[in-house]
Design a protein around this ligand. Sequence first.
Ligand code: SAH
Ligand code: SF4
Length: 429
Amino acid sequence: MNEYDSDKMKDLLSKEMDFVGTNIKEEADVLIVNTCSIREKAQEKVFSLLGKWRKLKKINPDIVIGVAGCVASQESDAISSRAPYVDMVIGPQTIHRLPKIYKESLKSKKTIVDVEFPLIEKFDNLPVVSESKFSEMVTIMEGCSKYCSYCVVPYTRGTEVSRPLDDILLEINSLVDNGAKEIILLGQNVNAYFYEDNKGNIVNFGLLLFYIARNKGIKRIRYTTSHPNNFDAQTYLAYEKLPQLVSHLHLPIQSGSDRILAAMKRGYTVLEYKSVIRKLKKARPSMTFSSDFIVGFPGETEEDFMKTIDLIKEVEFDQSYSFIYSKRPGTPAASLHDEVSDSEKKLRLKFLQETINTLSKSRSKSIVGENVEILVEGKSSKYNDMVTGRTTNNKIINIPGKDNLVGELLNIQVTELNNKSLKGEILIK
Ligand code: SAH
Ligand code: SF4
């Protein structure tokens, strides 16, 4: 989501204000840091970066410094007092106002702060198409109304708001006309998508997938992130009927212990989560899954943690975003007593990640020798004369080739697993 917002800010500055991007910060007229406040560490990094930028401003007082995103939204007062040399503070829902905020900041000596939640206005005011890309992200909804006890998102991004169906379809059509082959639907909880048109017709997430798949230029549809409580019947049907929809899903669970899930206020039990997985696998038996985990939530015992490990083995998650619980001011969990030591939390996280890596490796091993389809994404970062592509199950595979293959769907044979990376060869058609 932040990558999407950063891209849009770049587009706004170049299209509406004729700025040109640079990798040399000393050359810049505007420096903006787009921020995340999901964990404390991410937030602290912002202030240390701002300290470095302050020195640049001493050399060139005309540099305009901005803080955008969720730290801006949550910490606007702290930024103005801790870092008064910051000129612009822009919340995640007001990035479209950047040109206006920039002009105001040139006139004013004070920090200009705009961290409102003006609902859908943002999307009506962002440039749609930038340079041609084979893979494009499209935001379909924003915000979150779930209020898990540990999480800042509902406070920083606001409650769930879905974009009108026609706006989404028009944006996708122009992206496909501009060369996009893969569409990644974005939102804090994409499958909470809900739209009612002026005739009273209701569109949920599953129906939205069917509407999007009507554009035959789209070869792949991915989405992130979905919530276990929002799966509708049409989404299960979409996995039966729409081959464009990839066979891999990132479905956050957070913990494998019902006691901890209840304390987190996730709104489901492990059994209910597994029932979603079962229905998805019934619709598409080849489905694989990845998940988010929080380790060391206040009160998590060794027994609770081992339940998470058991679940990981049962579902065979092969990737994760896993972190140690970070106390966020203003959230209900911040007042919970936390008796697990830091060293114990680190050990648990390490063990969890090793368990998932082992599962991932054995899945990678199991596809060596198989023929699979990949969408080529770009140059390999590891091998000079190779490009990398992604399978429908989200496995990255390196194949011999050059940039001209980017955006191509290719049938390949997986030939070897070298440490963690898979290699393959194009099959002669
Ligand atoms: N809406 C999605 C996830 C969005 S937040 C969902 O809940 O399904 C992305 C991830 O950040 C979460 O899944 C969670 O694992 C992690 N996260 C959120 N708050 C956190 C905190 N206080 N400490 C550690 N991790 C956190
Ligand atoms: Fe945060 Fe996700 Fe829970 Fe919403 S559903 S409060 S974004 S963890």
